[in-house]
Design a protein around this ligand. Structure first.
Ligand code: IMP
Ligand code: MG
Length: 189
């Protein structure tokens, strides 16, 4: 059994994630009787969007955006997958895995607003307020977390661990040098 906060320790269980997405779906349903477009921000929101869409009980279309970092240190992003749906005049709920510095959400919020969405509400599974650089309004929040880096339920470290069914702490420095097989053993299923 690992200490809370150490590598591999559980942050949010699969059962808790199900309860969180049920609650978020209910809140979105109550606030949007006229229906929404649910926009998932890939790839981290893939599990969140899939669970949310099944707990939303108003008219709901779903689409995805993907931002890919490029340039030195991945400081810039480009849109590597754009929306197919026209959001003009629509009420959009943007589903994101985690809001950290707030840069990603600010960028996408502005993009959707410039495209003529009537409203854009952010639904964040995780809110890491301690790292915020840009102020962002989060209408729906699953859980607030501290500085620990987390993986699972869609969240990755260098494209790994998105397939874990729950959220766990990881030490990115420690993982860089660990062989893949030993790393998977850290995560009991
Ligand atoms: P922001 O632009 O700094 O708010 O970064 C948000 C993005 O960084 C998220 O959508 C994630 O893709 C990634 N990210 C930030 N913190 C974590 C983490 O703890 N685990 C996995 N991905 C993270
Ligand atoms: Mg990532």
């Amino acid at each position: 059994m690992s200490e809370p906060g150490s590598t591999g320790s559980l942050v949010v269980s699969g059962e808790e994630l199900a309860a969180i997405t049920d609650r978020l779906g209910r809140e979105i349903t109550e606030d949007h009787p006229e229906g929404i477009v649910l926009v998932g921000l890939l790839k981290g929101s893939v599990c969140l969007a899939a669970d949310l869409v099944r707990s939303i009980e108003v008219s709901c279309s779903i689409d995805f955006l993907c931002l890919t970092p490029y340039g030195a240190g991945g400081q810039r992003v480009h849109l590597s997958k754009d929306l197919d749906v026209d959001v003009t005049g629509k009420d959009v709920v943007l589903a994101v895995d985690i809001v950290d510095r707030g840069l990603t959400v600010s960028y996408v919020h502005r993009l959707l607003t410039e495209r003529g969405a009537r409203s854009v509400d952010v639904c964040a599974l995780l809110d890491r307020r301690v790292k915020r650089l840009l102020p962002v309004e989060l209408r729906y929040v699953g859980r607030t977390i501290g500085e620990e880096y987390v993986v699972g339920y869609g969240l990755d470290l260098d494209e790994r661990f998105r397939n874990l069914p729950d959220l766990r702490v990881i030490d990115p420095q420690q993982m860089k040098h660990a062989p893949p097989a030993s790393v998977e053993l850290l995560f009991e299923r």
